[in-house]
Design a protein around this ligand. Structure first.
Ligand code: HEM
Length: 547
């Protein structure tokens, strides 16, 4: 790195250091009198707002800087503050930075923040350690109380709980999600949405040569499909007039502020929450919007007649909970339903734009997918089923190259790019690293998918063939501790196959009916969020293919 770059890094670390000190200064003078309270509030405001301003300034700077793996150097270990300033200073480059750190340190890295700030951590992408954390010694590595606090919007929902309570709640939904009836239902919603909304919208964009944000279109599509699955109500966000999507934007906010919370000492973000300022104010508003969405949508479902029918017959996710006395608490019901919306919308909605981005850059992959689809499409056209072809879930089930393309995208762009666990009792990892009770463990899925030692010399290439057995007719088995996109061990994603069916339906329809083109001169990079969404969206142009 040049000397200007190094100076910048130190300045950034110094700014970050002042931020990290804030919570400690603030707790030093407890207020006793009215004057002391006022003085304390003023000093709190100064101590918090100045560093916060700087912190947010640094975040905003990140929006004008590009990701540069070469910029990733190990953070300085400052006296008292440990690596916190260095980590904050490099946050703009978070994904590439963690990747470079892990690549340079043999897949594992120990770090810490100031003593007492609860910021001692271990970051890994080593499959042997992942096996240990997610499966072999699973009960020693729950998500933990800090994780639950960070995602308080989903309070009590399955994503944020551990232990026996999680096991019981998982048992309740997993049987339903894995049932063929539920899978058919979701596949039918997806098929209808693609046929009646997505393809007409894309055809309009193609006929007018209009460029559009594919990420936004996919977010709308997945919001509608997931809401149908959860509530049996279609919010109608994917339509030609593109209505305001405040609930969808609120879900993005939850993930962005959740990421910010992960990077701060808990005492800092909790104070900001108490003061209701900055990102915490945005989160508070997002929480309000999401809760209103849940209440309004449940009301619409009732009006549509859903709740008067036998819940067994309705068969949506809400049916599972609506008459369950354990979920009589509104907050718990809301937290649970929001968690399901996130599970379905955020994961697929985040993956699809990366698929279309990768396909637009790899025309050879598009050709192979079309070859795979061709016999099915010809059959449909011969039966006079119209020029625009849509594929049924049953028809795409056996398409291995399409599945390989999905896996390859999830390897390089896992929507949940980072997992967090907490250590219950001191332990030694298979790699020999020691972790101590209370430490946070971060597992970088983003880095894991790019490691040469795991995926070979072509690890950064988009190559679906790596997922195929030699005869090309079967998917190669890759253990989940190496391909972690759907998680591993007892908390493995129960929606994996449902997700694959939906993604296949959507990709097949788009790729068969349209040629994809990226709009030039756009900067594609991940935003700072718990989801690997694109910071600036994905501008594309489509051309209708001739039958
Ligand atoms: C591209 C698609 C998807 C990906 C990559 C994905 C990935 C994941 C991951 C990484 C987790 C673990 C999260 C954690 O515990 O921190 C998870 C859990 C979960 N997923 Fe998925 N998922 C996808 C689609 C879906 C869909 C469509 C559904 C619903 C039908 C779903 C339902 C769930 C549920 C209920 C859990 C919680 C499991 C538990 O905590 O026991 N997922 N998923």
């Amino acid at each position: 790195m040049d000397s200007e770059g190094t100076t910048c890094l130190y300045i950034n670390e110094a700014i970050a250091m002042s931020i990290a000190f804030a919570p400690y200064i603030q707790v030093s003078s407890p207020p006793h009198t009215a004057l002391a309270i006022i003085m304390s509030l003023i000093s709190t405001a100064l101590v918090l707002l100045v560093p916060l301003g700087l912190y947010l300034y640094m975040w905003s700077c990140t929006h004008s800087r590009s990701n540069d793996p070469a910029a990733a150097v190990p953070p300085t270990k400052w006296p008292i503050l440990g690596m916190l300033p260095g980590l904050v200073a490099n946050i703009y480059n978070f994904h590439e930075y963690s990747y470079a750190l892990l690549a340079g340190s043999g897949l594992n890295f120990n770090g810490d923040g100031p003593p007492g700030a609860g910021m001692r951590f271990f970051i890994t992408c080593d499959p042997a350690n992942i096996q240990h954390i997610f499966t072999t010694n699973y009960s020693n590595f729950p998500k933990g109380a800090e994780f639950a606090a960070i995602f308080d919007v989903m309070a009590g929902g399955f994503f944020t709980i551990d232990g026996e309570l999680w096991r019981l709640r998982r048992m309740k939904f997993v049987g339903v999600i894995r049932s063929p009836r539920f899978a058919d239902r979701v596949a039918a919603h997806c098929h209808d949405k693609v046929k009646n909304h997505l393809l007409p919208l894309l055809a309009r964009m193609a006929s007018t040569s209009t460029s559009f944000d594919m990420q936004e279109v996919m977010a709308r599509l997945m919001f509608d499909i997931t809401a149908m699955t959860v509530f049996s109500v279609d919010p109608g966000f994917l339509s030609l007039d593109m209505p305001l999507i405040d609930a969808s934007l609120a879900m993005d906010t939850v993930m962005e502020v959740g990421f910010l919370r992960h990077t701060m000492p808990a005492s800092l973000w909790k104070t900001l929450r108490w003061l209701n300022i900055g990102p915490e104010r945005r989160l508070h508003e997002a929480n309000r919007v999401l809760r209103r969405f849940v209440v309004d949508t449940m009301e619409r479902r009732k009006t549509n007649g859903g709740q008067d029918e036998d819940e067994e017959v309705v068969g949506d996710i809400l049916s599972l909970y609506i008459n369950d006395p354990d979920y009589a608490d509104d907050d718990l019901l809301c937290g649970t339903l929001i968690s399901f919306m996130l599970a379905g919308r955020d994961t697929i909605g985040t993956t699809l734009p990366w698929i279309f981005y990768s396909l637009a850059q790899n025309p050879n992959v598009v050709s192979i997918i079309r070859n795979e689809l061709s016999p099915i499409a010809s059959h449909k056209v011969a039966r006079g089923m119209g020029a625009t072809v849509i594929f049924e879930p049953e028809e795409t089930k056996s398409l291995v190259y399409l599945r390989a393309t999905l896996y390859e995208t999830l390897r390089l762009y896992p929507p949940a790019h980072m997992e967090r666990k907490t250590v219950v009792t001191d332990d030694t990892m298979p790699s020999g690293h020691e972790v101590y009770a209370g430490d946070a463990i971060y597992i970088s899925l983003y880095s894991m998918g790019r490691m040469e030692s795991l995926w070979g010399k072509d690890c950064l290439d988009f190559n679906p063939n790596r997922w195929l057995l030699e005869d090309g007719n079967k998917i190669k088995y890759v253990p989940s501790n190496k391909f972690l996109a759907f998680n591993s061990g007892p908390r493995m994603c129960p929606g994996k196959e449902i997700a694959v069916v939906q993604m296949k339906t959507i990709i097949a329809a788009v790729v068969w009916n349209f040629d994809l083109e990226l709009v030039e001169s756009q900067s594609i990079q991940p935003k700072l969020s718990c989801l690997l969404q694109m910071k600036n969206g994905l501008m594309m142009k489509l051309k209708k293919r001739e039958a």
